[in-house]
Design a protein around this ligand. Structure first.
Ligand code: FAD
Length: 442
């Protein structure tokens, strides 16, 4: 923690600190709230552009957060932020695609077979380790990162802001910033302070997840990487599905997601019982995990989809989960976190350098265009259209590579008709496949 004793009159520690009475006052160009992927990408990009950056993080790392399956699009951001070597050194499991299974039907998406050019692999990783690697890199760059420090208030005066933070020892500090990036994830600092929360367009869902040992990894359905580490999504019912995300540390994340109506709401029920009940619905899952130990016992989270009225304002941008979170099914959360962390930092730097920024078009509408593509795919997953396409009896490689590009996170490539016409393409195609199925059955 970079707190400076109140006896000292002033001190320079990368950023100017002045002791006013008992409250320390510090100034910087860009204050970043939160050291998750959105925050560390933003901090690195702004620091590399020569700006004085401070990051404040409520917890102490490593900390648990859910969201372990990433998208290839984030690799561009990890690379630009200078994190790739450190991530590679950690040897996180590589994710080359995704496998979807419904009863006996199987759909394997291989990111090397996608329409849009770009990264064809990414990581599947425990976020406690993954986020710490990136945060450590930011600290190594010389950016002050205050752990165990919470934002308690923010006041704006035009584009300037004064943020009050409370350190773990109870001492307060005021940070004067020319720009503020709120990457506080589920903390939603600015949306809460400014009343920007907006309900999601999606109905409430519930997820129960755990980390388990995984000594019987056996699934050989991989074309790349180590056998038994293929990330797999099992459809249990149209609106109830299960994820299996193996990590390189030998443990695996398992999660069950669906409409809360599927889950036993009895508060006295042991979450492990709920977990076991749903794992048992897929024989290969219960066979693999029945005798395994919990590394992290099952936890539940409900009603996590949320949106925000706006993503920017005078002197601030909101990034990552603090803007909008849709659904876990296509692993888009970290993808949007890194894209928005990257974009918001570059635009903030541009503005601080005296150039004009059209925040609405260059940031918010850009983000919303990508989010809306995934919104269509997630809606299509739960209403059955996308499952119809994934498990179509006759696979069409040309369509598959276009859907695969979306699943890899390339949702801004308007050359891809399955991006450009996302609102209609899935429904139309699903209806054609349904007709073909009917025809074949009659
Ligand atoms: P976070 O990673 O949440 O980081 C925000 C940081 O801000 C935290 O470290 C927090 O401590 C800090 N903070 C909060 N409040 C304050 C404060 N007042 N002051 C200072 N610091 C503060 N996404 C995927 O990409 N893949 C998945 O497989 C996936 N699965 C999911 C499954 C479920 C059930 C759910 C609910 C979500 C899932 N997600 C997934 C979404 C993923 O969790 C988030 O999208 C992702 O973590 C967002 O990153 P972020 O940087 O915006 O926020």
């Amino acid at each position: 923690m970079l707190y400076v004793s109140s006896e000292k009159k002033s001190i320079k520690y990368l950023n100017k600190k002045i002791n006013k009475g008992n409250t320390m006052e510090t100034s910087c160009d860009i204050l970043v709230i939160g050291a998750g992927p959105a925050g560390t990408i933003a901090a690195s990009m702004a620091h590399q552009a020569g700006k004085k950056v401070i990051v404040v993080e409520k917890t102490t790392f490593p900390r648990f957060v859910i969201g372990e399956s990433l998208l290839p699009t984030s690799m561009h951001h990890f690379e630009a932020a200078g994190f790739l070597n450190a991530l590679e050194d950690f040897d996180f499991e590589k994710k080359y695609g995704a496998l979807f299974i419904r009863d006996e039907e199987v759909a394997l998406f291989d990111f090397s077979q996608k329409f849009t050019k770009g990264w064809d692999w990414t990581y599947q990783a425990p976020r406690a380790d993954f986020d710490k690697v990136m945060a450590d890199e930011v600290v190594k760059m010389g950016v002050p990162l205050h752990y165990n420090t919470e934002v308690t208030s923010v006041e704006f005066n035009g584009t300037d802001s004064v943020t009050t933070i409370k350190h773990g020892d109870g001492k307060e500090e005021k940070i004067h910033a020319k720009f503020l990036i709120d990457a506080s994830g589920y903390g939603r600092v600015l949306p809460r302070f400014l009343g920007l929360d907006k309900p999601s367009t999606f109905p409430p869902k519930m997820a129960t997840f755990a980390h388990m040992t995984d000594t019987h990894r056996y699934d050989p359905r991989v074309e790349h990487g180590r056998p038994g580490v293929q990330i797999t999504f099992y459809v249990i019912e149209q609106e109830l599905w299960l994820w299996v995300i193996p990590f390189s540390n030998g443990n695996t994340s398992i999660g069950i997601v669906g409409d809360p109506k599927y889950f036993d709401q009895d508060p006295n029920k042991d979450p492990k019982e709920i977990f076991a009940k749903y794992m048992a619905l897929r024989p290969e899952v219960i066979e693999r995990f029945a005798d395994q130990e919990y590394i992290m016992e099952p936890r539940s989270i409900t009603n996590y989809a949320i949106s925000t009225l706006k993503m920017h304002g005078e002197g601030f941008a909101i990034a990552g989960n603090a803007t909008e979170f849709l659904d876990p099914v296509f692993s888009s959360g970290v993808g949007f976190a890194t894209e928005s962390g990257y974009k918001s930092a570059l635009l903030a730097v541009k503005q601080l350098n005296g150039e004009k920024v059209d925040w609405e078009e260059e940031y918010e509408q850009h983000m919303r265009r990508g989010i809306n593509v995934f919104r269509s795919y997630i809606a299509g997953w739960y209403n059955g259209d996308l499952q119809e396409i994934f498990f179509a009896p006759n696979e069409n490689p040309e369509i598959k590579e276009k859907v695969c590009a979306v699943l890899a996170g390339y949702v801004w490539d308007t050359e891809n008709p399955f991006v450009k016409k996302h609102e209609t393409a899935l429904k139309t195609l699903a209806n054609v496949i349904r007709l073909e199925r009917k025809h074949a059955e009659s």
